[in-house]
Design a protein around this ligand. Structure first.
Ligand code: ATP
Ligand code: MG
Length: 229
């Protein structure tokens, strides 16, 4: 579902990702870990084509992102759910409207919007807060809205860059367990994090980046302390 081949990315002559080869299958769940500056966000940005690599190939669901024209980027984004550390919710819109926004922009009929938004809010267990505004919610609830918004269009791939970066340990664990449940429904999920607690609690695939390179990639892995230095 996600494939990177010999990917190299630099910023102003300084390498951020070096010779990345990575394959993540349909419905797989994986953590991308590594210290600050290791290249996690850069890799994520290549996957949603916020950036393009200097060399190498990035493929998602058979789409070659390196050949995508700017006009085709919205087509890719519709097949991706993206969850951000700072939620990026629209403050003037209710929970329901935040989740419905993309569907309405795509011209989805209103009865279908109602059905899909209710279903997404049910997955994140926020049906009773649908008329609240983001600033009336806790951080964990706001992130659950962010997740509902990311899955409302039924994307095959969900990308989350530091989704628990602003949350306390218990709430962080709830959020990654929610993302794990979503992957069990067939969605490929990639989560970047430097939160050792959540990685070690779940014991799933762990891809470790250090200085722009993949230094380990293990199933049922732990966030090894060595990988932090
Ligand atoms: N837009 C940019 N312009 C210049 N350099 C950048 C840019 N984005 C990232 N970098 C550099 O690329 C390297 C990797 O950064 P990246 O943000 O991918 O790391 P990260 O693993 O996400 O770190 P963190 O855990 O702090 O979020 C760093 O050296 C960073 O300074
Ligand atoms: Mg980052």
């Amino acid at each position: 579902m996600i494939q990177l081949q010999n990917v190299y990315k630099e910023y102003g002559g300084r390498p951020a990702l070096v010779n990345i080869n990575l394959s993540i299958g349909l419905g797989e769940f994986a953590f991308l870990v590594g210290p600050s500056g290791a290249g996690k966000s850069t890799l994520m940005r290549l996957l949603y084509r916020e950036e393009t690599p200097n060399r190498g190939t990035v493929m998602i669901g058979g789409i070659n992102l390196t050949r995508l024209t700017n006009k085709q980027v919205p087509l890719l984004r519709r097949r991706l759910g993206i969850v951000f550390q700072d939620y990026k919710l629209l403050a003037s819109k209710t929970v329901f409207e935040n989740v419905a926004y993309i569907l309405r922009a795509l011209g989805v009929p209103e009865n279908e919007v109602q059905r899909r938004v209710s279903s997404a809010l049910c997955v994140v267990n926020l049906e009773d807060k649908s008329q609240d505004f983001p600033d009336e919610l806790s951080g964990g609830e706001q992130q659950r809205v962010g997740i509902a918004r990311a899955i409302v269009n039924g994307p095959p791939v969900l990308l989350a860059d530091e989704p628990t970066g602003n949350l306390d340990p218990n709430t962080s664990l709830e959020i990654v367990q929610l993302l794990e449940r979503i992957s069990q429904r067939g969605t490929t999920v990639l989560i970047s994090t430097h939160d050792q607690l959540i990685v070690n609690a779940l014991r799933r695939r762990v891809i470790s980046l250090s200085k722009g390179q993949i230094v380990s990639d293990v199933d049922s892995g732990l966030y090894e302390l060595e990988a932090k230095s």
